[in-house]
Design a protein around this ligand. Structure first.
Ligand SMILES: Cc1cc2nc3c(=O)[nH]c(=O)nc-3n(C[C@H](O)[C@H](O)[C@H](O)COP(=O)(O)O)c2cc1C
Length: 231
């Protein structure tokens, strides 16, 4: 597929409307050249002073399988405690808690987990560390010294990555969960001390028939997020 074909078949509206976080994948690696094209598109992201503070480690083939095995073993170990490089929210409240709950319940309902079934929800959460069965992971780090704006710049990069993946007929999921075990990831991939693990993105070909991919999340109406000022 050429760039022109891709633009003709996917408008931005299609891409942002159709993209979703994919939590089950078909077997089959993405061709290396396609991943390179995807990364080239993501790389077009703007950043403050054009610093491009992101760096990406991409796994393929046995590189993914070995990482998956090591990560799930680490996450399942009772002695492993979350130590994210970037602090995670201490708590969710108000509308944020409501939205978080709604999307969680949508997932549980789709995969048949009853509300309050802690064991089943814990098992579902562990699938993060199996990379949801994806054939590839992208581990994204930022230059720690650039602070919050490096994370903001890299969020733009992540959005480009997700939309680019969708434009190639792939699916992906951003996963802050992978950054919970930042020291493990840093050690595993020999990441320099001056970088922070921001998140991972698992990606590949979607299993469209899997229940985890059967629902779509909602969005707040503009009246909830936009304040107009005109006098
Ligand atoms: C920065 C970021 C981190 C996320 N981390 C996780 C994660 O660790 N595990 C997960 O299952 N989903 C994760 N998600 C996916 C969100 O749950 C998802 O984007 C949100 O519910 C909206 O659904 P959609 O992506 O299908 O539109 C993350 C999304 C973002 C943007």
């Amino acid at each position: 597929m050429t760039t022109l074909d891709r633009v003709q078949t996917h408008t931005l509206e299609d891409l942002v409307t159709e993209r979703w976080s994919c939590r089950a994948y078909r077997d089959g690696s993405v061709p290396h050249d396609t991943i390179v094209q995807l990364l080239e598109l993501a790389q077009k992201a703007p950043s403050w002073c054009n610093t491009q503070p992101w760096e990406v480690i991409v796994t393929e083939g046995e590189g993914t399988e070995r990482f998956r095995r090591a990560l799930i073993a680490h996450a399942s170990d009772r002695d492993s405690t979350p130590e994210p490089d970037i602090p995670i929210p201490a708590k969710y409240a108000g509308v944020h808690l409501e939205r978080r709950r709604e999307s969680g319940w949508q997932l549980y309902e789709a995969v048949g987990i009853a509300r309050g079934d802690r064991e089943a929800s814990a098992q579902q959460a562990l699938k993060n560390f199996e990379l949801f069965g994806a054939p590839h992971a992208a581990i994204i780090t930022i230059d720690t010294s650039l602070g919050a704006y490096a994370a903001l710049d890299t969020g733009v990069y992540v959005a480009n990555f997700l939309l680019a993946a969708h434009s190639f007929g792939l699916a992906a999921i951003p996963q802050a969960a992978l950054a919970l075990y930042s020291p493990f990831i840093r050690d595993y991939f020999a990441i320099a001390d001056d970088r922070s693990v921001l998140l991972g993105i698992s990606f590949g070909y979607p299993d469209q028939d899997h229940p985890a991919n059967s629902y779509r999340t909602n969005r707040a109406g503009l009246e909830q997020v936009v304040r107009w000022v005109n006098d």
